[in-house]
Design a protein around this ligand. Structure first.
Ligand SMILES: CCCCCCCCCCCCC/C=C/[C@@H](O)[C@H](COP(=O)(O)O)NC(=O)CCCCC
Ligand SMILES: Nc1ncnc2c1ncn2[C@@H]1O[C@H](COP(=O)(O)OP(=O)(O)O)[C@@H](O)[C@H]1O
Ligand SMILES: [Ca+2]
Length: 559
């Protein structure tokens, strides 16, 4: 077979101007070589900037031959097609590529190059397609789950109108399942889906829907590998299949904190270009029984109560959180208990850092690497558990308005910097934030600082620790015992419950315990044990990109 030269370079016409267009392994560039405008035919766009432009091949979505209005002499009539003809350049091809806009928004833009002969045009299309086929991280076949009831109930519409056309343009084939009930997606992934067929799973919905997807995928992976999820000390096996999030929920924090915006088109483009971002996952156990996984917020007290109250107001859509937020704030409940945690001592970064986790984060790479080296060491030194080797537990007893574990920043439109602005997506830790009982006005100051530049941790009733594991034990364990008895049916249950009620008479006006908000799902147990599993899953995302000044980053990049 004849070997193709690495570089393809031709003089092509773009908006009536001549450009030297070049394709190498990584870049498509076009440089104007004739600036004098030459109106040949068709409309003239004078707004296009002069100069040189380039697009990385990795950000090309698709290329196709463009159809040009052709006067067919034989038939003596004009066929209406998409591009206006240009004299001497009757052939054209269109390259669709990612263009960056403000606030991390991506859009798909087209540039059409006109050629003087058909075989040159075909050669360009073929060569760009060949380059795209070498990008092995791009998905070809995806399994899509749509929650039609999430957020403003627009999931199906968002997918059909904004996402499906882009997937088909990028030659991605899909199997789409519109869920019919809660946990439909989780159970399908866990038991039925033929995962070998897919390069990824796409979740159209909010954080709760994403939670379903990760539960299905992680449980399936552990079952396939014979790992017992009930054992809190087990090392979990990372999932092969990447997950894409098309935001169509109420908070969409996981999408916002990993992409920088909750915008369906931006997320679809991150999926198409085959981005990959590892994510830490917390496992939550209670009495050696697995309860749930969490990737963003595990919140007891304020956020647990907001969520529980908001579930009764689902009909309000995303506004339910504002109503329940105000109500919960005014109720001002505090909860007593003991928090124990294992600080992450051997790592780079602290929760009070000014630098944030961004695309290609060095801290995530460094700490992730450190943990995998540790894991190898502990495997050699078998019989020694990580907790026995890994440092000292600390214990804090008190009255708390909120206990939050943020495994990522938890940035979202309500709080663009998030609950823990310096938390990392993939460093194997979670930021444990303890908000002690304080006055309403002080708690409001703390909450409001989530929305301003002021530091929400710089208050004497707030502390934050970067941890690998933590436990919470409420002062009163009645509700948990009730749950255990109901679920486990332990013998002598009634007698035990009578004793608890005698020992801790509830006055009936204040709940003794809160519940946990676990990525937007209510977890009724109060006593939990949490461990972070470093980089257990992967998303079609790249982390939030550092944003240069707007003028400088309109792609195609001006060079
Ligand atoms: C009085 C001023 C209050 C300002 C408070 C601002 C703080 C907001 C921080 C929000 C962090 C949200 C963390 C993410 C939680 C989601 O997982 C969860 C479910 O999302 P979804 O499935 O998409 O509905 N959302 C919430 O728990 C909402 C919390 C809202 C609290 C006001
Ligand atoms: N077809 C369905 N009917 C009812 N509930 C569903 C369905 N599909 C998913 N769910 C559940 O809806 C809940 C909320 O979904 P989510 O997409 O996160 O929306 P929101 O962000 O508005 O909470 C999740 O707990 C999920 O399990
Ligand atoms: Ca983390």
């Amino acid at each position: 077979m004849e070997k193709q030269p690495r570089l393809l370079s031709s003089q092509l016409l773009l908006r009536n101007r001549v450009f030297e267009v070049t394709l190498n392994r990584t870049l498509l560039t076009w440089k104007e070589i004739q600036t004098k405008k030459k109106r040949v035919s068709g409309s003239m766009h004078n707004t296009f900037k002069l100069g040189s432009y380039c697009v990385p091949v990795s950000e090309i979505v698709a290329v196709q031959e463009a159809e040009v209005d052709k006067g067919t002499k034989d038939e003596g009539r004009w066929q209406k097609m998409s591009q206006k003809p240009i004299e001497g350049y009757p052939y054209a091809f269109t390259v669709s590529y990612v263009e960056r806009e403000r606030q991390h928004r991506w859009r798909c833009h087209d540039v059409t190059f006109h050629c003087s002969d058909g075989s040159l045009c075909q050669q360009w299309v073929q060569r760009i397609r060949e380059q795209l086929s070498l990008l092995t991280s791009r998905p070809k076949h995806l399994l899509v789950y749509i929650n039609p009831y999430g957020g403003k109930q627009q999931g199906k519409l968002i997918y059909e109108e904004k996402v499906a056309p882009l997937f088909s343009q990028a030659s991605i084939s899909t199997d789409v399942i519109v869920t019919e009930y809660a946990n439909h997606a989780r159970d399908h992934l866990k038991m039925d889906a033929d995962l070998k067929k897919y390069d990824g799973v796409v979740c159209v919905g909010g954080d709760g829907m994403f939670s379903e997807i990760i539960h299905g995928l992680i449980s399936r992976t552990q079952a396939d590998c014979g790992v017992d999820q009930n054992c809190a000390e087990e090392k979990l096996v990372p999932c092969r299949v990447r997950i894409g999030i098309i935001p169509a929920g109420s908070t969409d924090c996981i999408c916002y904190a990993t992409v920088g915006i909750n915008d369906p088109v931006t997320s679809a483009l991150h999926i198409i270009v085959g981005d990959s971002q590892a994510l830490d996952v917390c496992s939550v156990h209670h009495n050696n029984t697995f309860l749930r996984y969490s990737v963003s917020l595990l919140g007891y007290g304020f956020y647990g109560d907001v969520l529980k109250d908001s579930e009764k107001k689902r009909w309000m859509g995303p506004a339910r959180y504002d109503v329940s937020g105000v109500k919960t704030f005014l109720t001002h409940h505090y909860y007593e208990g003991t928090v124990s945690f294992l600080p992450a001592t051997d790592i780079l970064g602290t929760p009070r850092d000014k630098t944030k986790c961004r695309a290609g984060c060095y801290i995530c790479q460094h700490n992730g690497q450190l943990l995998s080296e540790d894991a190898q060491f502990y495997r050699m030194e078998d019989n020694i558990s990580h907790s026995e080797m890994g440092g000292d537990w600390r214990m804090i007893r008190g009255k708390f308005l909120a206990i939050n574990a943020a495994s990522m920043s938890c940035a979202c439109p309500r709080s663009p910097k998030g609950l823990s602005p310096a938390a990392h997506l993939a460093d194997g830790t979670t930021d444990l934030i303890l908000v002690r009982k304080c006055s309403r006005i002080n708690f409001l100051r703390h909450l409001l600082r989530h929305t301003t530049k002021d530091d929400q941790f710089d208050l004497n009733f707030v502390e934050v620790h970067r941890v690998r594991k933590f436990r919470f034990m409420p002062k009163h364990c009645e509700s948990d015992l009730e749950l255990d008895l109901r679920e486990g049916g332990a013998g002598g249950g009634k007698k035990l419950l009578r004793k608890i009620c005698r020992d801790h008479p509830a006055c009936g006006c204040t709940p003794i315990n809160s519940s946990w908000n676990c990525d937007g799902e209510v977890l009724p147990h109060a006593a939990i044990e949490v461990g972070v599993h470093c980089q257990l899953i992967r998303l079609f995302a790249r982390g939030i990109e550092d944003q240069p000044l707007f003028e400088d980053f309109c792609t195609p990049t001006v060079i």
